[in-house]
Design a protein around this ligand. Sequence first.
Ligand SMILES: [Zn+2]
Length: 548
Amino acid sequence: MDPMWTREVKLSQRKLDPLGLSRVSQWLTEELLPGITTVTSVARNYSFYTWAISNLLKMNKITGRNQFAQELTKREAAFVIGSILHEASKTDRLNPHGYDKAIRFIKKVNDGKIQVAFNVSESNPEGFYGLYYRTAMFKLGLTIRSRLFDDLAPLGRQLAAAFESNIKDTDYFKYYIQDDEVDKTLLAKYGERVCICRLADPSKERELLRNIMFSNNLQFLKLERSRKESLLLVLSLIKQSSDFGIEFTTDTFGDAIFFGQATNGKSTFNFKFKSFEEIVAHWHLFQLHEYFTFAMESLLHALLNELKKKDEGMSFDDFLSLVCNGGTSVSEALKISSIGTIKETISLLLKDYQLSELNSDASRKFDRLCNLEKEVSEKKLFSALQKAIKSNNLQETVGNAIGILVLNYIRAYHLLNDVDTITLWFTNRALQELSSVSFAQYIRSKTSMWTMNDLIRYCFKIVRDQHNSIALDKLLYGNDTYRFEEKGNSLKFKIDIYPNYPSQRSSKISSVLSILEQLGLIETSGNIKRLTHDGTKILEDWLHERVD
Ligand SMILES: [Zn+2]
């Protein structure tokens, strides 16, 4: 497992999301994968915490949050140490959350004993439960949250009992749970049962956790089956990818849901989505917003890069005169020779699709047909954009970013008129924020008058205003997040957009892959992921159910 996912990420909200574009993407992934987050990548933590809560409520009279936290983190430290000891001799180790801190205590072994009365997290009093899992477990229907201490829902109690039956024979469980330090040999024995790798073995615990992940969403959530169908979609894509003989990564997922295709750099492969049409349509909107985000943030990055060069600052108009070159950078990126209005440019792009002008129908067709085999697609523009950013090429950065926004507009156009459930689910939320649809809504009435220069100017104006409004918003909470500041007529550089731009948003698919692997549903050999016998069965059972 990638250690990045198990190391504690100190989420410094201060530095993230300068244009507020994550609001829509976070909302989307929350709706599509409730109960799974970018950081809940260790499947066994879900069942461990149910057991820890049930056990501490049984063994200790909990009268307040502090005591709940102390008892929880003590059990967690033993769980983490047990896991580390069990994995120590392996080459392909799984690292539990809290590895960095726990390893320091393991090294301080004293008279054969290791201290367990400490918190493996550096930043949350309730350990990684409070930091990562608490809300996720609530959304799976496992816990009941309250002020003094959290309790278990009936489903959580079942999972706790199943976990307990896997560790009940250990001496740690029988005699030492309440101790502040425990013999290393006993913790190593406990590790043989409690280790995060042991979830993959057949047991009631594994069965229950699979059922929980693949169940319908809780009733208070808007979408009924999104988590279950998203997980099944990932299984189906992994199966198809292994049939194609290609790697399955989070990028493959992004290409699949957006273009319906995957590529290994040489060939292109078509995915089949029978029985997955609805969930794919939801995820498609996620990727639409991702491309919008990359493009807008790249424009901010381009602006900052120019400001950086001038200690005395620069006026916004002077900056615009640098980037407005009559639209040639955009037409080069889009491989057309237009220098007319946006509407004329779009008509040239649509010609390749035997479409004449942009209307809802053309937008829908373009959205379906613009794929990885086309000479111009978001994927190709994005990789050109990344190169341009690396080589600090201002014109190409702007050209490719605006190119992505033009394609994004064409695809989003029909969303402004459509009233089907999936579109309304998205637009009701996305129109309230800066997003593909609010952008499309604004420029729709301008395309027959505006030239590419007008569009470039408008996009940078959005970037400047949105940056200022988000930074002001965060200032109200005491965080100074200004990337540049405006004094009089002059803009001055302050800090970079991200330490390394471009950095991509997460679709939570990394966590999904870890969880599916730890549940024994997928396996990786070489770089190829494939379904296990059980993974195949879950997918096939569901497909049969859909046909009936
Ligand atoms: Zn292990």
